[in-house]
Design a protein around this ligand. Structure first.
Ligand code: TYC
Length: 122
């Protein structure tokens, strides 16, 4: 059976920590401990299509809050328009939550029903 990687492989575990330890005979013994820290869970901000928010508004929001240039923002907007949803960016949990709030507030102020959410990356 062939398994496909669904995300970037984890970095190799950090090298062992070698800590000198006194044994009963007074000699020094090196003790190995493999580091177990995992990279943090990342979150993707997903924007949803609707029938009312103007395309131009979505493009500007993607440029402003997700740091995309106009061409990239337009491609993302069109993908959302055609597929129903699309990923605007991937961030740590708190940053993703802030992006969602910023988009929701901008949409609310402009009177558009634009929706977005954040979800853990696979
Ligand atoms: N479907 C909208 C329209 O035709 C445009 C749109 C694109 C709205 C992306 C929301 O996330 C969205 N005006």
């Amino acid at each position: 059976m062939i398994f496909m990687a669904s995300q970037t492989p984890l970095p190799p575990p950090a090298g062992p920590t070698i800590r000198p330890k006194e044994d009963d005979g007074g000699s020094v013994v090196a003790e190995r401990k493999t580091q177990k820290t995992k990279p943090p869970q990342m979150y993707q901000v997903v924007m949803l299509n609707d029938d009312y928010t103007p395309m131009e508004f979505v493009v500007v929001v993607i440029q402003e809050f997700f740091g995309k240039d106009r061409e990239t923002a337009t491609q993302i907007m069109l993908k959302i328009h055609l597929d129903g949803k699309g990923i605007c960016g991937v961030y740590s949990r708190d940053v993703a939550a802030t992006k969602v709030q910023q988009v929701q507030e901008a949409a609310r102020q402009a009177g558009h029903p634009l929706q977005c959410l954040s979800e853990p990356v696979e």
